[in-house]
Design a protein around this ligand. Structure first.
Ligand code: UTP
Length: 298
């Protein structure tokens, strides 16, 4: 019997150096895609996948994240007194249940692997999800955002699971790449992983995109793993060791992923999510036309 995936780790302790100066005083996870913080979109995705407990690995200057997932008495009271029932209901719907969030600190940004390891005591001895909170996803034809499809793959295969996406072969050296074994088209067995392979040496053009289901044995490995690329403790290096004893499967996510840690991904996400909104799409299309963009559907 597979243990259900109840807990998710959201590492939010990075410095966001690719997005300066915006991220000097504001955590990049709190920048907004339309009118919701990037991190709220990611928590929405985790909730959709059935996650019940959200573990945020934070750092200094990230206190506003904890405030965002708490109630805001003055604001709620004012909305109620002014009869803003819709706005009040929306705030309440986003509020996590009491006790459904935990916050722990990564004292220094020593890498994603180290950030995940910082959550070990709160996760305990059960499989869990990891969501990189600067990636936001939109569901594709199969339905469900990316973590939903990962949980479905876990229900099918068990073990460890991660989402992947195709990139042009000349870009593989920038990412973690997987090697493909037995393959049913949507999910496949992962027979190898490599972090930032030398140009021309990648085993495929499938990159690891930031949604994982991991078994708790990863924590003992991360405790001992040496610093890797960029002088950081890499999650991929830990997963390579875990793959010696446990199965890993990849999920070809059929929706769209936006890397909101990069300026272009962030801008693209804002346009894509706004075009989905009936209150914003007509005005935005008009604005895009006025900039000289005339393309299919806009
Ligand atoms: P990134 O490398 O994309 O985030 O890590 P970063 O370090 O904040 O960004 P840049 O590259 O300097 O612009 C992916 C996720 O892992 C978290 C980040 O907060 C981000 O959400 N992370 C990364 C940590 O929590 N701790 C770390 O030591 C590194």
């Amino acid at each position: 019997m597979k243990k259900p995936i109840r807990k998710a780790v959201l590492p939010v302790a990075g410095l966001g150096t690719r997005f300066l100066p915006a991220t000097k005083a504001i955590p990049k996870e709190m920048l907004t895609v339309v009118d919701r913080p990037i991190l709220q979109h990611v928590v929405d995705e985790a909730r959709e996948a059935g996650i019940e407990h959200f573990i945020f690995v934070t750092g200094r200057n990230k206190g506003v994240i904890e405030d965002h997932f708490d109630s805001s008495y003055e604001l709620e009271d004012t909305l109620k007194r002014r009869g803003k029932a819709v706005e009040y209901a929306a705030l309440m719907a986003d509020l996590p249940a009491p006790g459904a969030t935990s916050f722990t600190r990564q004292q220094a940004p020593l890498g994603l692997g180290h950030a995940v390891w910082c959550a070990r005591e709160i996760v305990g001895d059960e499989p869990f999800a990891v969501l990189l909170p600067d990636m936001v996803t939109k569901s594709g034809p199969r339905g469900g955002r990316c973590l939903v499809q990962c949980v479905e793959a876990y229900d099918q295969h068990g073990g460890n699971v991660m989402a992947v996406e195709e990139v042009p072969p000349q870009e593989t050296h920038q990412y973690g790449i997987v090697a493909v074994g037995r393959d049913d088209g949507h999910t496949f067995e992962i027979t190898g992983m490599v972090e930032k392979p030398k140009p021309g040496s990648a085993p495929s053009n499938l990159i690891i995109t930031g949604r994982y289901i991991l078994q708790p044995e990863i924590f003992q490995i991360l405790e001992l793993v040496e610093k890797g690329a960029g002088g950081e403790v890499q999650l991929t290096d830990g997963m390579i060791q875990l793959a010696r004893t446990q199965s890993f499967h990849g999920v070809r996510f059929d929706g769209r992923t936006y890397d909101c840690g990069s300026r272009l991904g962030f801008l693209s996400a804002n346009i894509a999510f706004a075009l989905d909104r009936s209150d914003l799409a007509p005005g935005l299309k008009e604005a895009l036309r006025s900039f000289g963009f005339v393309s299919k559907g806009v």
